[in-house]
Every structure is written in C-alpha cells, then in structure tokens.
Design a protein around this ligand. Structure first.
Ligand SMILES: [Zn+2]
Ligand SMILES: [Zn+2]
Length: 204
C-alpha cells in the first residue's frame, strides 16, 4: 500500500478512532468512559478505512470528548497471514512451529502491522504466557484488542495465564490495570514444553 493511497484513505474515508474488543461482534453496553449506552444513547455507523462498525456515545459526543467514537473488533475473527485481507483493520495469527513455542497475534491496518503480541501457549498443560505487547500507536486500544484475541485462543476458564516481566512505566501500568487481566502479571508460569521449545531446558 503506497503512502499516497493511505493518505487518500484517511482523508476520504475517515480518521483514526480507537478500537475496542467486541466478542462475537456484539454491541457494547457502555462506552469507553463508562456511560450506560441505553441512557446516553448510541449511534452506530460504518468506518470505511477500518472496515468496521463504529459506535458513537451520545453523551461523550455532546461533551466534545475525543473518545466519543470507537470501532468494534471481534477478537475471535482471526486470519492466517496468507489469507488475511489487505485492507481495513484485521487480526492476523502466526502459530509457533512447535508445541509450547512462541506464536504471534498482530493487528494490521491496510496490510501493515501496527501492533503485535507474542504468545506461548500449551493446550495439554493448559497454560498461556504473554511475552510482549508492542504497538506503534499507543492509546488507541490496539494492545487491548490483541490481549482479547489471545484470551479467545485460550479461555481463562480453562487456561492459567501469566506474563513475562512488565515494564515499570506509567504507560504499561495504565495498560495492564485497565483491561481486566485474568492472570498473573510479571511472572511467567511456563510449562516444560515452553521451556523446552525456548531452549531453557534440554532433555539431554
Ligand atoms: Zn460516553
Ligand atoms: Zn506444556
């Protein structure tokens, strides 16, 4: 995708708005500021650049809040890199080569990765570890959507979740404290398959 095309897209089809996970594509009950949308009223539209549903909270909009509009991303809708759409905002998964290895979930906009997350997961041991969350566009909700996509792959009701050490900075603290993280933070709980795949232990 050329720069020219992307600039054109931004100008003609809309601006960058934050995204939020919407499991099953369901409409949210509250806006990102916590307003009950049944009372605040919500408007639903279509964001052409992202190719996603865009919601506007009536209360936030009336107050001129820059977070008044946001787009819904179904965290369960994940594509393989080879067949992922080259336009719009999509989630792309790259499984690891071996059991317990580190795979990746990425958020693409117009075919370019804007954020990604490294994930070690082991089905037989029912454990999952987030190793890194990276984003080129902080505070847009990309990381939050990626974590939701990871939790779809390994539901917290069945898997024990943890993370590698978290950066000691305000942005990381705000992120992890704002997403209802269901696991342990900062202490990876690896199984032996993960240790073996990463070369931390060897059989002989
Ligand atoms: Zn609101
Ligand atoms: Zn395992």
């Amino acid at each position: 995708m050329s720069e020219q095309r992307r600039d054109l897209g931004r100008g003609m089809y809309g601006r960058a708005v934050p995204v939020r996970p919407a499991p099953g594509g369901r409409s949210p009950v509250r806006c990102p500021r916590g307003h009950d949308l049944a009372i605040a009223t919500a408007r639903s539209g279509y964001h052409h650049w992202y190719d996603l549903t865009e919601i506007t909270c009536g209360a936030c909009h009336a107050l001129g809040d820059p977070l008044a509009s946001w787009c819904l991303v179904d965290p369960g809708e994940q594509h393989d890199a080879r067949s992922a759409p080259g336009s719009g905002l999509v989630l792309v998964r790259t499984p690891p080569a071996e059991r317990g290895g580190v795979g990746q979930l990425a958020l693409w906009v117009d075919g370019e990765a804007q954020a990604d997350l490294d994930l070690a997961m082991c089905g037989p041991c029912r454990r999952a570890v987030i190793e890194h969350v990276r984003t080129d566009q902080p505070r847009r909700g990309y990381g939050r959507v990626l974590v939701a996509a990871a939790l779809v792959r390994a539901p917290p009701s069945m898997y024990r979740w943890s993370t590698t050490p978290i950066a000691d900075d305000p942005v990381a603290r705000a992120f992890w404290s704002g997403i209802s993280w269901p696991g342990t933070l900062g202490q990876p709980d690896y199984c032996t398959d993960m240790d073996r795949a990463a070369g931390r232990i060897q059989d002989w």
